[in-house]
Design a protein around this ligand. Structure first.
Ligand SMILES: O=C(O)CCC(=O)C(=O)O
Length: 279
């Protein structure tokens, strides 16, 4: 080209919702190679996921939508504050979890929470998985771990689909009505120098029912670097296992590796980097 750039024309695949309305067989771009095909029914969890009743942790003020200043006031028929309120409440849960994780790691209670300053970012992802004619061949969400520090997922109360990888086996995450799923992100894996792992997970599709979920990803300031905390690195007993990476680069890396079907955490593991250099 005249400006010296070479452009690749990439054909945008059809939108899933359009396909769901009409096709009997998803196009080849959605079909997973034989060895990676999802078993629609995963195994049952060997032990239950712990369910914690958080209701008594928070004073119940109700969800406000319009500040009421007078009895004659005209009110909005709208609850736009719900998502903001939900984000704040989930951040409180995140703080609580981070305090407990810090304690388990032998750090001071506020060690991890204090990394979340006013520039820390929360991303909300609304997932909609339409019915799919070939759930045996098509993923709702390909296997990945989260680029966040902590993720909180409101999973569908009636349709399952989320599966968790443990020691090479995919387990179905059971539906627990009104429960939120709290997931450790790769940020914790890196900061804990591998003592905690960001679990691999994926979503399988369903031929009969559509499914929804809402994932809230709590991340540090995009400019802040993720790296093992010095207290958890010991040159002899537990050498550093991850290189330093900027939060924003790690988040970008997640989308790039997800598109290629690889794992972003592998790009910052020191052993893998060394292997790459050696081979
Ligand atoms: O849909 C789900 O249950 C999980 C969603 C998820 O893993 C994600 O959005 O990263």
């Amino acid at each position: 080209m005249a400006d010296g750039h070479h452009w690749n024309i990439v054909k945008i695949p059809p939108i899933v919702q359009e396909l769901a309305a009409g096709v009997h067989e998803p196009p080849s771009q959605y079909m997973v190679g034989e060895k990676d095909r999802p078993a629609i029914a995963g195994s049952d969890m060997p032990e239950p996921i712990p369910v914690v009743d958080l209701s008594r942790l928070f004073a119940s003020n109700g969800y406000g939508n319009d500040m009421v200043v007078s009895e004659k006031q005209i009110l909005n028929w709208c609850d736009r504050d719900v998502l903001r309120e939900y984000t704040v409440r989930c951040r409180e849960i995140t703080s609580l979890v981070l305090k407990k994780l810090a304690k388990l790691l032998g750090l001071s209670e506020g060690y991890l929470v204090d990394m979340f300053d006013e520039k820390a970012m929360t991303y909300a992802r609304f997932n909609y998985y339409p019915r799919c004619p070939r759930p045996d061949n098509v993923f709702g969400l390909k296997p990945h771990s989260d680029a966040s520090v902590i993720t909180i997922v409101a999973i569908d109360d009636s349709v399952s689909g989320l599966q968790l990888l443990r020691q090479g086996v995919w387990y179905d995450v059971p539906i627990v009505p009104n429960a939120l799923l709290i997931n450790v992100g790769d940020g914790i894996e890196i900061m804990s120098n591998g003592l905690f792992k960001g679990p691999g997970h994926r979503v399988v599709t369903n031929a009969e029912s559509e499914r929804v979920s809402l994932a809230m990803f709590y991340t540090l300031d995009p400019e802040k670097e993720l790296e093992p905390v010095p207290e958890l690195v010991d040159d002899e007993k537990r050498p550093r296992q991850y290189v330093k990476v900027k939060t924003k680069d790690y988040v970008t890396g997640l989308f790039e590796t997800l598109a290629r079907g690889t794992r972003v955490i592998d790009t910052v593991k020191i052993s893998d980097n060394l292997n790459e250099i050696v081979s």
